[in-house]
Ligand binder design. Structure first.
Ligand SMILES: *Cc1c(COP(=O)(O)O)cnc(C)c1O
Length: 400
């Protein structure tokens, strides 16, 4: 019986260049982003400049986590207590959590069969809810039809915040994910596309929004020490009106991120090579369905999702358990009990007026997820694909 033995939570080590510059930061003792010599740019300053350049946007702010970036994005956008914010029902807990943190109310939108946000439901809820904000999670790296998303945002004057936790490095029709919306947020938490343990970015083209985000992030009156930032006049009034929600990035984390950012596009290709192998094996297995990915979508597959149509809850649980026995760790997004990093929308019980979303429940009931750490080789992915296919075939025919 085929078995897999590597860890699904083991990421690659930090590049030597990052380790060396982290050691230099520690030797200098200047870990705080504003603790610089005269005319020196800190590692955090440099990282922001490099990230802005990578994204092709004028402004970038590094901060303490992706969830934190989402929170101050909403504050900087002017979200107030009681405002409604459209968001995916199929996403991870930091998304509704960030909305709640700003006092706003999530309006959950269905997931479609392709694992993207359901655009018909989005349009219906944009029309009926009166929400003026939309936090779009490119969940598990699946980019919805961005042309239609933008048309809906235009039609209903929605302020769009993109949650790019799983799409750093991805594009739609050659346009980078994170440059469609008014604000984009990214995570550099260990399981995302670049790894600093914890961390995140906020990017935008709007000078006033970036000024507010910088103030929120805990800049004190040191905002002039930001370089991927608007000129100081923009802060003239904003600095008096914007509370400090302290959530800066430090130079140590920035130091280990910079070489990873420089290498990101190559890493994305490595993820996708692994994805294509798994996809090919799965496509040969009758019980497994993978929605085809649109040509316009240049995705980054740091994880893979597939469905087991027609499988009962009991069969799904058996697939997960049997794969686990053979060293392959799968997550089921349909479980009623929140577990590990997955939680179904109805487990976020702090949301008042929880909607019923039968379509979402139906899609999630057979949706399985697997991480693809880059510590797995292409041969590993072939083996993993075969293990999963064997288990699915067995459970499909097993009538007990
Ligand atoms: C990880 C993640 C976030 C938030 O990132 P943190 O850095 O962990 O706060 C937001 N959205 C999604 C979909 C994520 O997976």
């Amino acid at each position: 019986m085929k078995k897999f033995t590597k860890s699904f939570t083991q990421q690659e080590s930090i590049p030597e260049a990052g380790i060396n510059s982290a050691i230099e930061v520690m030797r200098s003792g200047r870990l705080h982003r504003y603790n610089t010599l005269p005319d020196e740019k800190s590692e955090t300053d440099l990282l922001e400049l490099e990230f802005a350049e990578y994204m092709g946007v004028p402004f970038a702010l590094a901060c303490s986590s992706g969830g934190y970036a989402l929170h101050i994005a909403m504050r900087a956008a002017g979200v107030e207590a009681g405002d409604k914010v459209l968001c995916n029902a199929f996403t991870l807990a930091p998304v509704p959590g960030a909305i709640h943190n700003s006092g706003a109310i999530p309006v959950l939108v269905d997931v479609a069969d392709d694992y993207c946000i359901d655009l018909d439901d989005l349009e219906a809820k944009a029309a009926s809810s009166g929400a003026r904000y939309f936090m779009l999670s490119h969940m598990r790296g699946h980019l919805a039809d961005m042309d239609r998303i933008m048309a809906i945002c235009d039609k209903y004057s929605l302020f769009l915040i993109e949650d790019c936790a799983h799409t750093m490095g991805a594009s739609w029709n050659g346009v980078k994910s994170g440059t469609f919306g008014d604000i984009a947020c990214f995570s550099t938490q260990t399981y995302k596309h670049i790894n600093s343990g914890e961390g995140g970015f906020l990017t935008t083209r709007h000078p006033e929004i970036m000024a507010r985000a910088i103030m929120h992030s805990g800049s004190y009156m040191l905002f002039e020490r930001h370089f991927a930032a608007p000129p100081k006049e923009v802060f003239d009034e904003i600095r008096y009106h914007t509370p400090n929600y302290s959530g800066r990035m430090d130079n140590l984390r920035a130091a280990i991120l910079r070489p990873q950012l420089a290498d990101l596009d190559r890493q994305c290709q490595r993820w996708n090579a692994r994805y294509r192998i798994l996809e090919q094996v799965f496509n040969q297995c009758e019980g497994i369905h993978i929605p085809p990915r649109p040509e316009a979508e240049q995705f980054v597959a740091s994880s893979i999702q597939f469905s087991l149509p027609g499988f009962s809850t009991e069969q799904i649980l058996r697939v997960v358990a049997q794969c686990n026995e053979r060293g392959v760790v799968l997550k089921w997004f349909g479980a009623a009990e929140p577990q590990d990093y997955t939680s179904r929308y109805d487990s976020w019980r702090y949301i008042e007026e929880m909607p019923q979303l039968p379509k979402t429940e139906q899609v999630l009931s057979t949706l399985v997820d697997m991480r693809i750490p880059l510590t797995f080789s292409e041969d590993d992915c072939q083996l993993i694909g075969e293990v999963i296919s064997e288990v699915v075939a067995t459970v499909a025919t097993d009538k007990d």
